[in-house]
Design a protein. Structure first.
Length: 130
C-alpha cells in the first residue's frame, strides 16, 4: 500500500504485519492492528488515504472504520479495473484525481465518504486489521 499523504510504501491486508494495539481508539477493544493502521497512527494519527497498488483501489480510513473506492486510473476505453482483472494498461484520469483530491481530501470529507459508503454496506468490520 502507498500512503497518499507522505508517500511511504508499507504492507497492508496481510497477517505478516499484525501487531498488538498499544491504545484502542474510542474505548473499543482492538487486539491486533495491521500495517495500514500502524502507519495511520504514525502519519496522520486518525486519518488515512491509501492506494492499494496491487488491487487498484483507494482506501479511506478514519479511526477504526474505513471504506474503499476504485482508484482514479482508467484504461484506453475509459473503464476502471478494480482488482486489475483485465490486465490492461491504466492511465491516470485527471478529472477523477481532482475529484478525489478536492472533494474528499482538501474539503476534509474522508469521514463522510466512509459513513455514506458504510450505510450501503452490510459488512462494516475488520478495518483495524488492514
Amino acid at each position: 500500500m502507498l500512503c497518499l499523504f507522505c508517500g511511504e510504501i508499507f504492507c497492508g491486508q496481510g497477517i505478516c504485519c499484525l501487531k498488538p494495539a498499544s491504545t484502542a481508539t474510542g474505548g473499543a477493544r482492538v487486539p491486533n492492528i495491521g500495517g495500514a493502521q500502524q502507519h495511520l497512527r504514525k502519519c496522520q494519527n486518525n486519518l488515512g488515504l491509501l492506494i492499494n497498488i496491487r488491487k487498484c483501489c483507494v482506501f479511506y480510513l478514519y479511526h477504526l472504520s474505513g471504506s474503499w473506492m476504485v482508484a482514479p486510473y482508467i484504461d484506453r476505453y475509459g473503464e476502471v479495473d478494480p482488482g486489475l482483472r483485465h490486465s490492461r494498461q491504466l492511465f491516470l484520469n485527471q478529472k477523477r484525481y481532482d475529484a478525489l483530491l478536492r472533494t474528499v481530501w482538501l474539503s476534509h470529507g474522508i469521514p463522510s465518504v466512509i459513513s455514506r459508503k458504510l450505510e450501503m454496506d452490510i459488512n462494516n468490520g475488520g478495518w483495524e486489521t488492514i
